[in-house]
Design a protein around this ligand. Structure first.
Ligand SMILES: [Zn+2]
Length: 347
């Protein structure tokens, strides 16, 4: 009798082995953090340059922080061949030699774009803005104490909802707000998975606190975007796609409005980085492909890096490369064997 689970396991093993034979099995796409993208693809247009996007002319002149329907950068889209032509010859990515590769296959990663990017600015921005609006004469000392109170609420809320809470208490240093002129940004001491839960908690806290509608609309739209991804399968139905995309674009426009209103205030709350622009392209990608980007994020890759670091730590320096690769191969085999044993239809 043919067992579906065994066939699946065999197919997965063949896919993994095909990577070791030749490049035919390689998926024509790449993903990673911004630094890796710039290095691998030799991107002249990157988050540190005046022109920060490989898909259009967004940058310092045509602001990357405009997310309205008439944003100037939306009229300057680049096709794949235009992007290639605009790269200097010595700055051309080696990926042009990979059949089927196009710049659109450099995927924006949900973890680095949202959880380690956009959300790091949005969460402390909304919380601090709400605390200032509640008490306009608030001092930095008092703000620090209010953040600690918010932390205790966060901890209790996470325990009640059985999700991991941030082990590090909130304070001005960790919120990147040690002076009024600084635009807050959570430090990377907060891990990506914790930040994801902070998106949900911050909306719940702001709602309980009775925050003003522009703050609540922003936190709700972001939480709704994350919720749709968390509760949808790998490919979105037309209805789920519409709701996810609407929430993503609505969030960007609400945040843009808050940032614009706060632009000339002595108390700066809202940071707009190129990652917001990349987030906009991520939402466009969902709209075009109906793909749930949660299934393409880099969480597993980051875990693999941790495993590889543990393997390399236990290898001798002189034979590190060969031994690490052998042990990596053993680890892959164990994963495949494990999937065979986990097969519910197995013998
Ligand atoms: Zn762009």
């Amino acid at each position: 009798m043919v067992r579906t689970g065994q066939l699946e396991a065999k197919k997965r093993r063949e896919q993994i082995l095909s990577l070791q034979v030749d490049g035919a099995g390689l998926s024509v796409r790449s993903r990673g953090d911004l630094q890796a993208r710039v290095m691998i693809h030799k991107l002249c247009r990157n988050y540190m340059a005046n022109l920060c996007c490989e898909h259009d002319f967004a940058g310092k002149l045509l602001t990357y922080g405009d997310f309205g329907p008439a944003a100037a950068w939306k009229h300057t889209r680049l096709t794949h061949s235009q992007f290639i032509e605009l790269n200097p010859p010595n700055k051309q990515t080696a990926w042009v030699a990979v059949p089927g590769w196009r710049k659109e296959r450099n995927l924006d990663d949900l973890m680095h774009t949202l959880h380690l990017g956009v959300a790091l600015c949005v969460i402390p921005g909304l919380i601090i803005d709400h605390l200032i609006r509640t008490n306009p004469a608030i001092t930095l000392d008092r703000l620090e104490r209010s953040l600690l109170h918010a932390y205790w609420h966060h901890r209790a809320w996470c325990k009640e909802n059985r999700v991991p809470y941030a082990p590090l208490r909130f304070n001005l240093a960790r919120f990147g707000k040690e002076s009024w002129g600084e635009k807050p940004e959570l430090t990377t001491q907060y891990k990506a998975m914790i930040v994801k839960h902070l998106i949900y908690w911050s909306h719940a806290w702001l709602t309980e606190e009775g925050a003003e509608s522009d703050i609540l609309c922003t936190s709700f739209a972001l939480a709704q975007f994350q919720y749709k991804l968390d509760t949808s399968p790998d490919w979105l139905s037309p209805n789920d796609k519409r709701e996810t995309v609407d929430a993503g674009f609505a969030f960007l426009q609400f945040y843009q409005r808050l940032a614009f209103k706060n632009l000339r205030s002595p108390k700066q709350q809202y940071k707009l980085t190129p990652k917001f622009h990349y987030f906009c392209h991520l939402v466009e990608y969902i709209d075009k492909s109906a793909r749930n980007v949660r299934y393409e994020h880099c969480y597993a890759d980051e875990s693999l890096m941790g495993q590889m670091a543990r393997i390399c730590n236990k290898c001798h320096a002189l034979t590190l490369e060969r031994t690490a690769m052998h042990r990596y191969r053993v680890m892959l085999d164990l994963i495949v064997l494990g999937s065979d044993q986990d097969d519910p239809e197995g013998p």
